[in-house]
Design a protein around this ligand. Structure first.
Ligand SMILES: [Zn+2]
Length: 83
């Protein structure tokens, strides 16, 4: 979880965005090519997701006002994925 974050920041610092660059989906974490990402407004910020399925999930969470529960679930999932 941490290394995609640092590679994302590192890529920004380098100021280069190659067409083959892949970004992690905000929802499921799948890597998706930059030109194929789907943008969705969620929890007060623009998020990047891999497909319209993930977009629909985030929109639903947003509509139901369950962003806090979503964040909490993500944190727990990330913790359990730690090595
Ligand atoms: Zn996804």
């Amino acid at each position: 979880m941490l290394h995609w974050l640092t590679s994302l920041i590192g890529g920004k610092r380098a100021g280069q965005t190659p067409a083959s660059e892949k970004l992690p989906c905000f929802h499921c974490g799948d890597l998706v090519k930059r030109r194929r990402v789907v943008h969705v407004q969620f929890d007060g910020a623009a998020r990047i997701v891999c497909c319209h399925g993930c977009e629909a999930i985030l929109k639903t969470v947003e509509q139901m006002g369950m962003q806090q529960q979503y964040r909490e679930q993500k944190r727990q999932a990330a913790a359990s994925h730690d090595e």
